[in-house]
Every structure is written in C-alpha cells, then in structure tokens.
Design a protein around this ligand. Structure first.
Ligand SMILES: Nc1ncnc2c1ncn2[C@@H]1O[C@H](COP(=O)(O)OP(=O)(O)OP(=O)(O)O)[C@@H](O)[C@H]1O
Ligand SMILES: [Mg+2]
Length: 242
C-alpha cells in the first residue's frame, strides 16, 4: 500500500526545499533552500533562533505544509505524490508528532487524546487495546492521576506530556517533536528525554527533535542549525549515551 514505509534507508530527505507563504503583509520566504537527509534510526537535533523556520520544516516533513518547490521525501515517499487523504493515512501509519503548541483535542480527556491514534489504527488488536495502552503511556509520563482531565484542566507542562504520550503511544517509526520539553521543569524534562531516547533505542525510531535545550540536542547523533530558513551549521552530537 502506498502509505506504508518503503525500504529506503533514508527516513527523511529534503532537497532544495523552499516554502513561501502569502500573507496580507506580502510574501514571506520561510524556507529558503533546505537540504537535509536523515538516515533511518538516526536522532537529529534541530536548533536555531526563533523564527528561523524549525517548526515550518517539521510541518513540511509531516506533509502538513506543502513545499513551494524542491523535493520532500519522508519514509522514502515523495510527499508531493500523495493526496491529502493519503497523507493523513501516511501520518497515521508512520509518524508521531509533538506540536509546539500541543494540538490536543479540547473536548477529549487526556486518556481519549492519547488513545486516539490507536483507535484509528488499521489493526483490530491495536484498536481493542487502545485505552489500556494509552493509560500505561500516561503513567509513563507521570500523569497517572490526570487521565480523566480535559486539556483545559491541565497545566502547560501536563498538556505537553499528554502530547508526548500521544506521539509515542503507537511506537512510530518516525517521531517529530517540536520543543517537547519546552514547558517542563528540569527533572520532568529529563524523564521525557529519557523516554524519547528509550523509544529511539528500543524501536529504532528515527527522531527529529527541535529544541532550544542544548543538552537535549547534544544527546542526538547530529545537531543541525536552522536560521533564516536555511541550514547554517551541522555537527555531530554526543549520541544517546551523551
Ligand atoms: N502562516 C504564516 N504566514 C506568514 N508567515 C509565517 C506563517 N507561519 C510562520 N511564519 C513565519 O515563518 C518564520 C518561521 O516560523 P517558524 O514557526 O517555523 O519558526 P521557529 O524556528 O519554529 O521559531 P520558534 O523557535 O520561535 O518556535 C517566522 O518568521 C514566522 O513569522
Ligand atoms: Mg517553532
């Protein structure tokens, strides 16, 4: 099926990617020629100044924004070839996403939010165990006593942990996380980072972690700096053990 992972070893590749958005104030060139290749199983940290295009690049890789020009391949699939419906299935089957502003469903409890990706899964087994699995995942992020709370009844950091639990729950092949610890204190942040790298090691998940937190970024295999819509630096990190 077209939305399944291919055998391509490159988990993500951006080739000459430009993204221009038109607003009332005129055209904004947000991505201005991004070339990036991430190998299957790699953990890449994305850093750089605010407004540099990090979140936008993540949206392009997830197929939530379409590049104005250039080629975006995720899981070996050229996203330009997929329709919106195919893109939705593609994300369901391959990608976990933590959005910078969480994107939780306000009318669903923490448990329902986390169970959602499993309830949409193709496998009946996965669907049948959705709530048990979601509950376990909420315990793992330290929210066992908040499972029936709605997002509006949770603090920013708690909402962020629900968002992380939702992205993790299906053990995705690719995890895209935008500032996953941005709202957390040091100790809670460390628990989340350990969970991220545990998933990376256990499932071989390819990770793209956007973070202003240098410690998180340096635990990645590679750190890429994005500024002004371009990659301006790239160096090796210390790796997950770092
Ligand atoms: N819909 C839009 N229309 C016009 N400009 C936009 C739109 N969305 C984002 N931008 C602009 O694109 C640039 C990149 O935004 P982006 O959110 O990708 O930055 P970022 O690197 O994630 O920043 P931060 O670290 O603050 O999260 C910013 O200058 C922003 O103002
Ligand atoms: Mg951002």
């Amino acid at each position: 099926m077209i939305t399944k992972l291919s055998d391509d070893l490159s988990a993500m590749s951006l080739d000459g990617v430009h993204l221009t958005l038109t607003s009332e104030a005129g055209d904004v060139n947000i991505l201005r020629g991004v070339d990036l290749s991430v190998t299957s199983g790699e953990a890449v940290g994305i850093v750089g100044p605010s407004g540099g295009g990090k979140s936008t690049m993540m949206m392009v890789i997830a197929g939530l924004e379409r590049a104005s020009s250039g080629t975006v391949k995720t899981a070996g699939i050229d996203l330009a070839r997929l329709t919106e419906d195919e893109l939705a299935l593609f994300r369901r089957d391959n990608i976990g996403i933590v959005f910078q502003d969480f994107h939780l469903f306000p009318t669903m409890t923490a448990l329902e939010n986390v169970a959602m990706p499993l309830e949409l899964a193709e496998s009946p087994d996965v669907r049948n165990n959705a709530f048990d699995r979601a509950k376990e995942q909420l315990f793992s992020v330290g929210l066992g006593d908040r499972i029936l709370h709605y997002p509006s009844q949770l603090s920013g950091g708690e909402q962020q942990r629900v968002a992380v639990a939702r992205a993790f729950v299906s053990s995705p092949k690719i995890l895209l996380a935008d500032e996953p610890t941005g709202n957390l204190d040091g100790e809670t942040g460390k628990i989340i980072v350990d969970l991220l790298f545990d998933l990376h090691e256990r499932v071989g998940t390819t990770m793209l972690l956007i973070s202003h937190d240098q410690t998180l970024a340096t635990r990645c295999d590679r750190v890429v700096t994005l500024a002004d819509g371009r990659i301006v630096d790239e160096h090796l990190g210390e790796g997950p053990g770092g």
